[in-house]
Design a binder for this molecule. Structure first.
Ligand SMILES: Nc1ncnc2c1ncn2[C@@H]1O[C@H](COP(=O)(O)OP(=O)(O)OP(=O)(O)O)[C@@H](O)[C@H]1O
Length: 277
């Protein structure tokens, strides 16, 4: 069996005269969590919709779990979970009714009560979805995305509107699903989320994949200069230990106000996007 969950080659998409995807190439391995980053309007949602079989493409080759999503049928859909940006609209049903209703669509669903617990909605299970807060409704979306026990899960900005505790809880859930072998592709604007969850990160800008790799690889590609600051100066260097040793000798011991910082994914990402503009 192939160890590739998603293979995309030369994917293009336009809306009217506007070309949104210019030839996206991407491979997602089975069992990995890939985070897709990119500025507003970069084409992330458009790409995810195409991969999830929710929208047509104009060109390129796309294979998702060995199937072209544009031609996929019910059996394929049952293997794929999708959480897009639009919140659930079954507003008149309760949380428990909604999750049970969706469970009925799948051949081997998870237990609805367990899923409701996993997204932290047990105490709201009997409330109508329409009466929930934005972040709580988003958790219903996540519940519906995982109820069918998907092999592959697409999450488009899943934690937008989550409070910090809900986000931490969601991360635990994603780690759990990943531990069970689920392949996960998520888009996010929270770089900490990508750092916390993703095996690899892909950056989409201007309709192409600008960079893809582990956080360490992206950092190395950006030069991996460590920022050393101290009371009397600041320097970026590839050899922070040598610099700190020199400073310690200079000050005869403790270096006043010493701070040594490796670039975060956010630093690397912002530098990459700046180069683009
Ligand atoms: N149905 C549509 N009709 C016309 N243009 C569209 C449509 N859907 C998306 N677009 C345009 O395609 C471009 C890419 O949008 P997309 O939603 O894929 O970006 P994104 O990277 O997900 O952005 P964000 O981070 O803001 O969610 C945008 O310029 C958007 O205006």
């Amino acid at each position: 069996m192939s160890d590739t969950a998603i293979r995309v080659e030369g994917l293009t998409k336009r809306f009217g005269d506007v070309k949104v995807l210019h030839g996206v190439d991407l491979t997602v391995h089975k069992g990995e969590t890939l985070a897709v980053l990119g500025p507003n309007g970069a084409g992330k949602t458009t790409a995810v919709e195409i991969l999830a079989g929710l929208g047509p493409r104009d060109g390129g080759e796309v294979s998702v779990l060995g199937v072209d999503p544009a031609k996929a049928g019910r059996a394929w859909r049952a293997r794929v979970g999708v959480v897009m940006q639009s919140a659930s609209d079954l507003a008149t049903l309760t949380v428990a009714e909604t999750v049970r209703h969706f469970a009925g669509y799948y051949p081997d669903p998870r237990d609805p009560a367990e899923v409701i617990e996993a997204v932290g909605l047990t105490e709201h299970a009997r409330r109508r979805v329409g009466k929930l807060s934005g972040g709580q409704r988003r958790r219903v979306d996540v519940a519906l995305g995982i109820i069918g026990r998907p092999e592959l899960l697409f999450l488009d900005e899943p934690t937008t509107g989550f409070d910090p505790e809900a986000r931490q809880r969601f991360w635990e859930l994603i780690r759990l699903l990943s531990g069970e072998g689920t392949t996960i592709l998520l888009t996010t604007h929270y770089l900490g989320e990508a750092e916390a969850l993703a095996d690899r990160v892909a950056v989409i800008a201007s309709g192409v994949v600008e960079a893809v790799g582990t956080v360490g690889e992206l950092r190395a590609a950006a030069g991996d200069l460590v920022e050393v600051t101290w009371r009397d100066g600041a320097e970026r260097t590839e050899e922070p230990t040598a610099l700190v040793t020199k400073l310690a000798a200079h000050y005869g011991g403790e270096v006043p106000g010493l701070n040594v910082r490796r670039p975060s994914l956010e630093d690397v990402y912002l530098a990459m996007i700046k180069e683009q503009n």
